[in-house]
Design a protein around this ligand. Structure first.
Ligand SMILES: [Zn+2]
Ligand SMILES: [Zn+2]
Length: 324
């Protein structure tokens, strides 16, 4: 399913089989999650779009061809391919273990073809081995919603009382991770969205309400998964002195001006960009113990445009997953 022009539907396209080059693997896709970032790619919200492109960066599949010079992977291995598709390895950020900020990165489904396809080519060093526990569909949302959520959770610190603004694919995973860690979850949804508030409570949130509501007690940290800049002052208002607000999205509408008093007293406002391979290793290693249950709505690959439209309209809770 190819994006040929910004703000147009993806087109079902038949392409010749590609062979993996040196250091690459070809993966037969068995599931690919649909992420809000795919909407940003299609809408042209991200800088320097490269077209045509096959979106999709929450890929689960099995290796069916291996290029030269690939170590540690073999035919038939189940792997996950995330958003971070390649880094240069030589820029200052790569050298300081901050490859998520690489000066010359490649991103799956944005600057290199992704997983809305029957097969994809990946840089073998950026694929995660997934083992055999869990279904392909249930694992797919972990590759971005889970991973970026994990990085956001780590950056939010160890505080027990955690607010999540925007209770979509990432929040529904990270809520389960945080509960497993012994934290309390306060879920903020669109005002009046009682269906999603009930969903959050069903996953164990101690409180759920509208983003315009104050939580019943001050929070240690808040993660904003929604792409709405107006949530930033609300998040700052909801955290205690020294608390942290993390913006987890790759794109956000403009932040409104707000009184300095909301940031004063050493509250911190941070953004999270992309992921490192170490994030993936740290997170995926613990997944079998965490007992995460991903709530998924599956679509056939050729229904990608419907899945994207349903995500845009908020017509499902949890995550959408395409199955070729
Ligand atoms: Zn780099
Ligand atoms: Zn994503």
């Amino acid at each position: 399913m190819v994006l040929k022009a910004l703000r147009t539907p993806l087109e079902w396209t038949t392409l010749p089989d590609r062979q993996p080059g040196p250091g690459q693997i070809r993966v037969k896709v068995s599931a690919c999650g649909v992420c809000r970032t795919d909407l940003h790619v299609i809408d042209g919200d991200l800088p320097d779009p490269q077209l045509p492109i096959i979106p999709g960066h929450e890929i689960v599949g099995r290796i069916d061809a291996i290029g030269s010079g690939v170590d540690g992977l073999k035919m038939g291995d189940r792997v996950g391919i995330p958003w971070l598709g390649h880094t240069c390895g030589t820029c200052p950020y790569c050298r300081m273990q901050r490859e998520n900020l690489c000066d010359h990165p490649e991103f799956t489904g944005f600057t290199r073809d992704g997983g809305f396809a029957t097969a994809t080519i990946a840089d073998a060093r950026f694929a995660f081995t997934l083992g055999e526990a869990g279904s392909d569909v249930s694992l797919a949302p972990l590759l971005c919603a889970g991973l970026i959520g994990w990085r956001s959770l780590v950056i939010a610190g160890a505080g027990k009382k955690l607010g999540l603004y925007g209770f979509g694919a990432a929040a529904h995973i990270i809520a389960q991770v945080a509960l497993w860690q012994g934290r309390s979850i306060f879920a903020f949804t669109k005002p009046g969205d009682t269906v999603t508030q009930d969903f959050a409570r069903s996953l164990g949130a101690i409180w759920a309400g509208g983003s315009d509501e104050a939580p019943p007690e001050l929070l240690d940290a808040a993660i904003i998964f929604a792409t709405v800049g107006a949530l930033v002052p609300l998040g700052l208002r909801a955290v205690r002195k020294g608390g942290t607000v993390v913006c987890a999205g790759i794109h956000m509408s403009d932040l409104p001006s707000f009184p300095y008093g909301l940031l004063w007293e050493e509250r911190q406002l941070l953004s999270v960009a992309n992921l490192t391979r170490q994030d993936g290793i740290d997170f995926l290693r613990q997944v079998p113990d965490m007992g995460i249950v991903t709530h998924t709505t599956t679509y056939r690959l050729e229904e990608a445009n419907q899945a994207l439209a349903d995500l845009r309209a908020g017509r499902f809770d949890g995550a959408a997953v395409l199955v070729p």
